[in-house]
Design a protein around this ligand. Structure first.
Ligand code: GUN
Length: 300
């Protein structure tokens, strides 16, 4: 029997609906409107698309959306001055500086200049440290989305073998911390891992986040395992016509589907959850800064 396909679009719509309901209540009961500021430096086309969709989703959730688009040659001093201004703006509860930044700007320096309480990406070193020590923090959006889907599918994650493929700061490492927090036995595999297929074969939960198209083979997957595919890779699709492309994940979906218990598709799996979790994080940051209760189930 084929695996259950975890519908990320449907799940994300539910999260966004929950955020929107809570935003409506915040406005009526406390007169508070959460605000998200997104900063884009330069004209990277992919980043422009992301920033536009983040702004649109923010407005749809009933929040205030502010976009700052800066020229590619913006100086570090100018960018830090903007971050400082947003840190001190009480109508802004979340700040996101879109990455990658142009080469002359130091990402670490800029990210760590954001007030950790407004760091809706969860990239600030204070949030990384809080998450790594099992404390309340802002949690990076993509791993948070993966955890929400895993918690929804499994009654409990406690004691499960989880294998994460990829050790990036944005996905692999925070995902490991989150799964440790839910009492999984966690292995983080990466490019130097010996016998990756054998490592993956023991996993009840696989999170693939390496950015290599269809690298995880169907016969690596343990029967019944839950497979979360974070990869979004564009590959040539000559079968669709000359010059055509399609999106694939890090997992060979068609083959894994026949073995796994549940699997996220690409597109339509983890991707939509990332923006939903950005909205959830903005709401969480707003509730925390105003000392009002956080909604259940939107953070860890
Ligand atoms: N660029 C691609 N994904 C992200 C993200 O989640 N946050 C930020 N700040 N930049 C990105």
């Amino acid at each position: 029997m084929d695996a259950k396909i975890i519908d990320g679009r449907e799940f994300a719509a539910a999260v966004r609906g929950k955020v929107k309901d809570h935003v409506t209540r915040l406005a009526s009961e406390h007169g508070i409107v959460p605000g998200l500021a997104v900063v884009l430096v330069g004209e990277d086309p992919a980043s422009q698309v992301y920033v536009r969709s983040k702004g649109k989703a923010t407005v749809e959730a009933g929040m205030k959306s502010v976009e700052h688009r800066l020229a590619a040659d913006t100086s570090e001093r100018e960018l830090l001055a903007l971050v400082d201004q947003l840190n001190n703006d009480s109508s802004i509860h979340g700040i996101l500086v879109q990455l990658p930044l142009p080469e002359h700007l130091k990402e670490d320096l800029v990210v760590n200049a954001i007030d950790p309480a407004k760091d809706v990406d969860g990239f600030h070193i204070s949030n990384v440290g809080l998450l790594g020590t099992g404390r309340k923090s802002m949690v990076p959006c993509t791993p948070l989305g993966c955890l929400m889907m895993l918690r929804d599918h499994h009654e409990s994650l406690s004691g499960l073998e989880a294998v994460i493929i990829g050790r990036s700061n944005i996905v692999g490492r925070p995902m490991a911390q989150l799964l440790i927090g839910d009492s999984c036995t966690v292995t983080v595999a990466h490019s130097r891992t010996r016998d990756l297929p054998e490592v993956v074969r023991r996993a009840d939960v696989v999170v693939a986040a390496v950015g290599r198209p269809e690298m995880v083979q169907g016969n690596w997957v343990k029967p019944g395992a839950t497979v979360i595919d974070v990869g979004i890779n564009r590959v040539d699709a000559p079968e669709r016509g000359e010059g055509k492309t399609r999106l694939v994940g890090d997992v060979d979906f068609e083959r894994a589907l026949q073995v796994a218990g549940a699997i996220t598709p690409v597109p339509g799996g983890v991707g939509p959850m990332t923006i939903a979790c950005l909205l959830a994080n903005t709401l969480t940051a707003c509730c925390r800064s105003n000392g009002v209760p956080e909604p259940d189930g939107l953070t860890v």
